[in-house]
Design a protein around this ligand. Structure first.
Ligand SMILES: NC(=O)c1ccc[n+]([C@@H]2O[C@H](COP(=O)([O-])OP(=O)(O)OC[C@H]3O[C@@H](n4cnc5c(N)ncnc54)[C@H](O)[C@@H]3O)[C@@H](O)[C@H]2O)c1
Length: 326
């Protein structure tokens, strides 16, 4: 099969491309390079520079490469930015998806895997988030992911397209230093940045109803996440008309304080964190039930938080050599 990987020059997409090609699938990357970098696309994998808003171009690429499946990762992903620029997020994430689905169904592509997010759940008040937990997103970003799932499922039901919506929890780590996330939008790189500046990392709120008072999250290694895409692609290819909606996490909660302790141990920086007020919209605990993904895909995460931090740190030091301690 040939898979079009939209957003394949991005952080997660670059890992998905490698996992798919390592599994023997052909891949073509489609990316507007708004945040992606061409160097992340491996040699031998065609890179087409274009936007998901450009239906004619998409139709040409699907036909020219005889694409049989699509993994759709191309999107804007910053929660705060989505609050400031909701129309841009709806255009890129929803209109971009609608245009893509139009081209995909016209070309009779068989399968589509969609990058969704734990952000669809908003502020879940449960110990383990299952796929049945109500979806009540609290940001325009989360709304675009939920509405994206609706579009994907409705299109699948109407046309027979096999679909999988994968709700990623907190993604971290890298397969190799050059594939590390270059953005500073989540906990691990935010702590790296502070430590490298010689400043203490910040904990936002230590009075949550959790064992150590700090927020608890479910971290997933990007290599495991990429493997989940391969497993989903395999299941969809084998069963036309299939519809999957799955959490992709480890089912294990780690607190902000525990993460900072582990980061301190890996990096050799020992700056005790300072406590800042809670941030609005931060739920106390968001941890996936990973049971459905295990049952439907035969997939399970293999890497732990230590692997995530160590590999992310190698990537950080590559970009910031002055951060290395020894
Ligand atoms: N990183 C996370 O923690 C996380 C968590 C949950 C979900 N996701 C989702 O995973 C996907 C990939 O995220 P990432 O972390 O790799 O982000 P990223 O910014 O590194 O990758 C996104 C890629 O899509 C491309 N792109 C953006 N808009 C496009 C458009 N309209 N047309 C064509 N290409 C476009 C960018 O150039 C980039 O290469 C996104 O859909 C994101 O919402 C990410």
């Amino acid at each position: 099969m040939t898979w079009l990987i939209t957003g394949g020059a991005g952080y997660i997409g670059a890992h998905v491309v490698r996992a798919m090609t390592a599994a023997g699938e052909r891949a073509v990357v489609y990316d507007d390079l708004s945040t992606g970098v061409p160097e992340r696309v491996p040699g031998g994998v065609p890179l087409v520079v274009g936007s998901t808003l450009d239906g004619e171009r998409l139709a040409r690429v699907l036909a020219e490469h005889s694409v049989t499946g699509v993994v759709h990762l191309a999107a804007k992903k910053q929660v705060g930015e989505s609050v400031e620029q909701p129309l841009r997020y709806y255009r890129e994430n929803i209109e971009g998806l609608r245009v893509l689905l139009d081209a995909v169904t016209a070309a009779q592509v068989a399968s589509l895997v969609f990058s969704s997010s734990a952000a669809v759940y908003g502020m879940p008040d449960v110990a383990l988030v299952t796929e049945e937990t109500p979806c009540l997103p609290i940001s325009p970003y989360g709304e675009t992911k939920l509405a994206g799932e609706w579009l994907v499922r409705a299109t699948g039901r109407a046309t027979g397209l096999s679909t999988a919506c994968l709700r990623y929890f907190n993604v971290a780590g890298a397969a190799s230093p050059e594939l590390a996330d270059t953005g500073v939008f989540n906990l691990v790189p935010m702590v790296f940045e502070k430590l490298t500046e010689g400043a203490p990392p910040r904990v936002f709120g230590d009075d949550y109803p959790t064992p150590d008072g700090t927020c608890v999250r479910d971290y997933i290694h990007v290599v495991d996440l990429a493997e989940a895409h391969v497993a989903a692609a395999r299941v969809l290819s084998a069963s036309p008309g299939r519809e999957l909606t799955l959490n992709i996490g480890r089912g294990e909660g780690v607190s902000v304080r525990e993460m900072i302790d582990r980061i301190t141990a890996v990096t050799g920086y020992d700056l005790p964190p300072t406590v800042a007020p809670r941030r609005p919209g931060d739920p106390a605990r968001v941890v996936a039930s990973a049971d459905r993904a295990a049952a439907e895909l035969g997939w399970k995460a293999r890497h732990d938080v230590q692997d995530m931090i160590a590999s992310a740190w190698e990537g950080w030091v590559r970009l910031h050599p002055e951060a290395a301690r020894s």
